[in-house]
Structures are given as C-alpha cells and as structure tokens.
Design a protein around this ligand. Structure first.
Ligand code: HEM
Length: 386
C-alpha cells in the first residue's frame, strides 16, 4: 500500500471510528460496568484457591472489545471463551529482535534457543490463522444481515461500510480486516497488560493504592465510577501514566521502512532500513524526567492538573500514532477506577522488592507472572470510606 492509500484509510477509520465511539459512549460505559459486576459476583462466589484474577481480567477486557467489534458478548461459563482468549493472547507475542541476524548464525550459537523460537513462531502463526478464521466467520454472518442505511454501531459495521465504498480504493478490505483484528488483539491484550501492571504497582505501593481508592470513594462512594468523574480523579490518571512510563505496554513502535536516504541528529540512515523507535528510552531519559527510575505519579501533576511531558508517548507520536488512544484511555480509566472500588490487591510474598520484570516481545511488553491476593470489598468494607 502506498502512502496516500494509507493516509486515506487512516483518515476514514479515525473519522468514522471516532463518531461511532462518541455515539455509543453511554452504551460502552454500561457494558464495562456490566462486565465488572458479573466478574465481581463470580469472584465473591468462588473460593480463593479457584480464582485466577488475571484470567478474569482478560475475560472482562475480551468481552468489552468483542462488543465493540461484533456487538455481542460471551457468557463467563462458555468454554470456547477460555480457548479463544488464550489464542488471542498468543497473537500478540513473538520474538522479533532475534530476527536481526540470519538464522544460521543463531542456529550455530544456540541450537536449543533457535528450536524453541521456531516452535513459538509456528504456534504464533497457527493462532493468527485461527483469529483470521474467527473474524471471517463474523464478517460472513454480518454481511448477510447488513444494510448500508443502518447506523454504524460496531467495528464490523465500519468494515462492511468501508468495503462497499468505491472511493476508498482497492486496499479497503485488507486494511479494514487488519483493523478489526488489531482492535480485538490490541484492545484486549494491550489493555490487559496495562491493567495488570497497574495492579502490580498498586500492590507494591500500598499507600498509593489507598490514596487512589480513597479518591474513588470520596468522589463516587459506592456508586459506579463514570467517565464524567474522571476530572475529579486526576491522581488516578497520573498513576496510570506513571505505570506506562515505567513499564509501557508497547516498548517500541512497529518497524517503518524509509524509502529515501535521510539523516537524523547527524546520523545518516541509508534507504530501506527497518526503523523502530524505542519508547522506553524516552520514558527513562533524565533530560526529561527527574529521577526517572523512581515511581512517582505526582510528576504528572501540577496545580492539580495533568502535566504533559513531550517525552511521554505510550501510544507513539506523529502521523503514525495509535488511532485508538482516546478509546483505550476511556476503557482503561473506567475499568481501573471500578476495580479499585471493588477489590483490594496485596502482594502474596512480602519479602523483597518487586523487580517489575517484563518480557518485551514483538509488540507487547508482557508482564512476567506475579502473585496477587485479590479481596473483594463488600458493602460494609466500602462504607468505611465515607
Ligand atoms: C492499550 C492499548 C494500545 C496501545 C498501548 C497502543 C499503542 C500503539 C502504538 C505504540 C502504535 C505505534 C505508533 C507509531 O508507530 O508511532 C500503535 C499504532 C496503531 N494502533 Fe494502537 N495501541 C493500543 C490499542 C489499539 C487498538 C484497540 C486499536 C484498534 C482499534 C489500535 C489500532 C492501531 C493502529 C491501526 C495503529 C497504526 C496506525 C498507523 O500506522 O497509521 N491500537 N498503537
């Protein structure tokens, strides 16, 4: 696809996706609260040993994104849901950096590592194909019921409208398919990585956790947290920004190839290079951040308002920046604030400081497994905050 085709599709998705999102914001808010309430009831009923909160969180996010994409949710007990969530999680993994030198060198140096990489790549490939089949199935059913006069309510509607639009050129189908797929993958997996990391930092810094929860109760009491409450909870936003600064969901942008030789800060970049920008280095640059290795949400606030630092870029920067940033901030805030109101998060092992190690894969900076004791707050506990 050339630059002008890409620009045309990007504008189309941004404009229509945004208006779809704005018209359905209330509906999405209700959906998020429904998923959280369902998960809360399940968590209260299930014994502590049987609980896997990380998986519950993935289910919540998957259902929210599935409703965005196809207008319907899965029941929590559906076995296909569990299998599919695993498949989906696998589609965001892979170990690209090893591809920087030829396979034969790697094979020679580390045969076992190479075989393991190949095995993972094959699994990844299978998972990507399963996701493609799944989306194709939905497109087929959606297309048979779709009318061009109906309102665009889901991302599938957006796909069907674009594919029937002659002004969009020959790449519409391919681009919109990729968009549907990335909306499910990134919407579920990246947001999951972000929220799990929020829990990780909450349990490591119990005072900050308490401060965040106190704010939620001061503003909303036991009522659900809505998007309109966000302005009164900017400390939560600052906390979430600090988590992304220290440990962003995506460490480096997807590779872009320069078609002409260019130069940057005195370095010549020959044409046809694969260029990736490593966002984490900007997030840790002491030119922009005082004591960059210290976790400090207050650095994002000034006079009670959010302070934007030009080096902060978890969604990328410039003309290729993520098109879903606003939606994702919306979902992240609502899920995060409502989780704080419903649960406490504690470290299971109190010895030692957390290293916050993540595995930086092709796209996703995946948190390594860690243990959390999740306790649902009952009405009685919640009223302590009034
Ligand atoms: C927490 C969730 C997400 C994060 C952290 C994230 C982050 C990013 C980043 C870092 C980029 C690369 C920006 C660049 O190259 O400068 C990107 C691009 C992109 N993202 Fe996201 N993303 C998220 C969710 C989503 C979702 C849910 C969708 C789809 C609905 C999406 C669609 C895209 C698209 C289409 C691009 C490529 C834009 C272009 O090249 O013109 N992202 N995202």
């Amino acid at each position: 696809m050339n630059g002008s085709d890409w620009e045309c599709m990007r504008k189309y998705v941004q404009k229509n996706g945004r208006s779809m999102f704005i018209t359905s914001m209330d509906q999405i808010e209700k959906q998020i609260l429904l998923e959280l309430d369902n998960a809360f009831e399940y968590q209260k009923k299930t014994s502590a040993e049987q609980q896997d909160f990380n998986f519950t969180l993935r289910k919540i996010l998957f259902n929210i994104n599935h409703v965005f994409a196809f207008g319907k949710r899965f029941e929590g007990s559906d076995e296909d849901l569990e299998v599919f969530i695993d498949v989906l999680y696998g589609t965001s993994s892979g170990s690209a950096p090893c591809r920087l030198y030829p396979d034969w060198i790697w094979k020679l140096l580390d045969k076992h590592g190479f075989d393991e990489f190949e095995r993972k790549q094959q699994l990844h490939h299978k998972q990507v194909l399963s996701l493609r089949d799944y989306i194709d199935k939905h497109i087929k059913t959606g297309a048979s019921n779709y009318s061009r006069t109906q309102a665009v309510e889901t991302r599938l509607d957006l796909y069907l409208r674009a594919v029937g639009d002659d002004t969009l050129g020959s790449h519409a189908e391919e681009t919109m398919h990729a968009f549907l797929s990335s909306s499910l993958r990134a919407g579920t997996n990246f947001t999951y990585a972000k929220l799990v990391k929020c829990i990780w930092y909450l349990q490591e810094y119990p005072d900050i956790q308490k401060k965040c929860r106190d704010i939620v109760y001061q503003v909303c009491g036991n009522n659900p947290v809505k998007w309109s409450d966000r302005a009164a909870m900017l400390y939560l936003e600052a906390f979430s920004m600090e988590v992304s600064r220290m440990n962003s969901e995506v460490v480096g942008i997807f590779a872009i190839e320069n078609q002409q030789e260019t130069s940057l800060l005195g370095y010549t970049i020959p044409k046809n290079c694969a260029i990736r920008c490593y966002m984490h280095s900007a997030h840790m640059d002491s030119k922009y951040w005082a004591e960059p290795t210290v976790f400090n949400p207050n650095r994002h606030l000034s006079d009670g308002k959010l302070k934007l630092n030009p080096a902060y870029n978890p969604f990328g920067l410039g003309p290729r920046m993520c098109i879903a940033q606003k939606e994702m901030n919306y979902v992240q805030f609502l899920v995060f604030a409502n989780l704080l109101q419903r649960y406490t998060f504690e470290k299971e092992d109190f010895t030692g400081e957390e290293s916050f190690e993540s595995a930086a894969e092709m796209f996703l900076n995946r948190p390594l497994p860690f243990k959390t004791k999740v306790t649902p707050l009952t009405g009685l506990d919640q009223s302590e905050y009034h």
